[in-house]
Design a protein around this ligand. Structure first.
Ligand code: PEP
Length: 260
């Protein structure tokens, strides 16, 4: 059985005290209400990483991750943060290839591949985001786009390296829009991704890889999405900024874990 994972992407929200308050509320609600063994990964802005790692210390199901890390080990890249720096805070994860980075910062599949290599060298686990635009879906191109993102961004890794990856399918037309993929649409893509993993790495790796859904996930639509066979949890943006909503989503995911 694959583990269930819920990850929060705070994006560029929450100043320092606000971030501490939000995470403290999340911890309290998890402690009081969540039972089960799913993993919860919170990915705040860089400024919060170290403090959140400290707060998460006595909570084994909670992990902390960054939202990006540079492809170079170090150097004259003013304003950037390296994978080594992220790891030195105690954070264990990094999100790479998020569609907002691909769109606003021109990140290509090739750049995502380099960032993955550097993150792995620094012992970070990776949540790699892939997904198609509205235009690509309307043109029926979603499978081609996803296959290219997988092949060019991820499939240079060997099996041992790939074991450190989680994939997040995030249809760009569903991110921050309030429009969610239907459970059937999401399942169709997750199945497709798993088939591609199986062709590249074999059935065992494909069966063990956690594939998250992301895109306007909330406590109301999470149950149906997470009940799909190939959906192992979610990457949550907007709803992760409200402790109540985020923990309600975690509870839905936990329920699936108990049922299986
Ligand atoms: C995201 O940015 O990864 C995301 C899923 O955002 P939202 O939940 O707000 O659509």
């Amino acid at each position: 059985m694959r583990k269930k994972v819920i990850a929060a992407n705070w994006k560029m929200n929450e100043d320092y005290p606000e971030g501490l308050a939000l995470f403290t509320d999340v911890i309290k609600l998890i402690r009081d209400e969540v039972t089960g063994s799913q993993e919860v990964i919170v990915c705040p802005p860089f400024i919060h990483l170290h403090a959140l790692v400290q707060l998460a210390k006595n909570h084994p199901q909670l992990s902390i991750g960054a939202q990006d890390a540079h492809q170079s080990q170090s150097g004259a890249f003013t304003g950037e943060v390296s994978a080594k720096m992220v790891r030195s805070t105690g954070a264990e994860y990094v999100i790479l290839g998020h569609s907002e980075r691909r769109h606003y910062f021109n990140e290509t599949n090739e750049l995502v591949a380099k960032k993955i290599d550097t993150a792995l060298l620094n012992n970070l686990k990776i949540i790699c985001c892939i997904g198609e635009t509205k235009k690509e879906r309307e043109a029926g191109q979603q499978f081609n786009v996803l296959e290219r993102q997988l092949t060019e961004g991820l499939f240079h890794l060997d099996e041992t390296q790939f074991a450190h990856l989680t994939i997040a399918y995030e249809p760009i037309w569903a991110i921050g829009t309030g429009v969610t993929a239907t459970a059937a649409q999401a399942q169709e893509i997750h199945r497709f991704i798993r088939k591609k993993l199986s062709a590249r790495y074999g059935d065992e790796t494909a069966d063990h890889t956690v594939i998250l859904y992301g895109g306007s996930c909330n406590p109301k639509n999470a149950a149906e999405l997470f009940s799909q066979k190939d959906i192992d949890g979610g990457l949550i943006g907007g709803a992760s900024l409200k402790a109540r909503d985020f923990v309600d989503i975690i509870k839905v995911c936990n329920f699936k874990g108990v049922l299986l």
